[in-house]
Write a protein that binds this ligand. Structure first.
Ligand code: BGC
Length: 345
């Protein structure tokens, strides 16, 4: 699965040489790759960087594969299911990367497999370093392809938990904006923490509502500002400033709001920064952004998926396409939640 970053419409299937041992001691047979908004943005020419010296990038950062070769002492054996971590520390490295927290990198020279500077996992065979591979239990099986999006929300919630230690905090209700794969994962992880969860989305009915309600959470349609409860946590998953601003109106004093979405739109001046300042000061509020995930978040995500209902997780995967026609995964179907490319077909 390759693209030429910066060139819209360049996504295709290509024969590429086998990856070299230096790219990782584990040789993996790719099973599946999930496709997300970042992949669509790369395919639209709006994001992504090929490895140095290359024109094209092997895309795919939501991986799942089966180990074919593993050196003794690596902790992995042939037949194990694994997912590859996305980010690698910057080569310098910056103080955060040097401390092992590459998801908090202070420069923009890190690599991300399938996104910036490093080939991804969208191939029939790939390699990964054992330290950047996460084992998947055979019970989870094909659902392991959901680990990467889950890791992003595991980080969001981990940071909410840590920020909440600053003072008195009520772990009561939380609101998620957007019921795509990221919003649904945010809801699952909130339910697992014991929050009364609310999710707001534009869709009136259909699988999104069902998936939210199957978790015992409340589904709302329309504007987040109009929902009838105030919340202690907001997890914003649309990347649309106006949606975040509406949701912020439901945040109780002492609340924490986490931004996880990115939308590639031209900026609009639709925010009164002085009013935001006043509300945040008078309400002791925290607003923070989060991207990517560190090693502990991948492990937290694996625990969260193992504790979830496999039937519910399976409901997130609404479409599968074979490798040969993977570019169809980039099309947006209104019924899609998570689209997965089957690398074995
Ligand atoms: C990925 C992250 C990555 C971010 C920015 C997201 O889609 O899940 O791992 O850090 O894009 O490149």
């Amino acid at each position: 699965m390759t693209v030429k970053p910066g060139q819209k419409g360049s996504a295709s299937v290509e024969e590429v040489p086998d990856s070299r041992t230096e790219e990782g001691a584990l040789l993996v047979r790719g099973r599946a790759v999930g496709v997300c908004g970042t992949d669509r943005e790369i395919a639209d020419g709006g994001y992504g960087t090929p490895p140095s010296g290359a024109e094209r990038l092997i895309i795919g950062h939501e991986s799942l594969g089966e180990v074919l070769e593993a050196p003794a002492g690596s902790g992995f054996s042939p037949g194990d299911l694994v997912v590859g971590i996305v980010r690698r520390p910057d080569p310098a490295p910056c103080p955060a990367c040097a401390a092992g927290e590459w998801d908090m990198c202070r420069t923009d020279s890190f690599g991300e497999r399938g996104i910036v500077r490093l080939h991804g996992y969208g191939s029939e065979r790939w390699r990964v370093e054992p330290d950047f591979a996460v084992p998947i239990s055979s019970r989870l099986g094909h659902l392991g392809v959901l680990l990467e999006p889950a890791s992003v929300l595991a980080k969001a919630w981990d940071h909410v938990d840590r920020i909440s230690q600053r003072a008195f905090f009520a772990r009561g209700r939380a609101l998620v904006t957007g019921a795509g794969p990221i919003g649904l994962m945010a809801c699952l992880l909130g339910v697992q923490r014991g929050y009364e969860m609310h999710v707001v989305d534009l869709a009136m009915a259909g699988p999104k509502r069902d998936l939210v309600e199957d978790l015992g959470a409340h589904y709302h349609t329309g504007d987040a500002a109009d929902i009838d409860v105030d919340v202690d946590v907001v997890i914003e998953c649309t990347g649309i400033g106006a949606v975040g601003r509406s949701a912020a109106r439901r945040l109780a004093s002492g609340g924490i709001m986490c931004l996880t979405g990115i939308m590639n739109l031209s900026p609009t001046f639709d925010l009164d920064a002085t009013a935001l300042n006043r509300n945040m000061v008078l309400g002791n509020m925290v607003l923070f952004g989060t991207v990517n995930a560190g090693r502990r978040h991948w492990e937290q995500a694996a625990t969260a998926l193992a504790a979830a209902d496999p039937g519910w997780l399976g409901g997130l995967i609404t479409r599968r396409v074979p490798l040969t026609s993977w570019t169809e995964a980039l099309d947006r179907d209104p019924e899609d939640i998570k689209v997965v490319v089957d690398l074995t077909a």
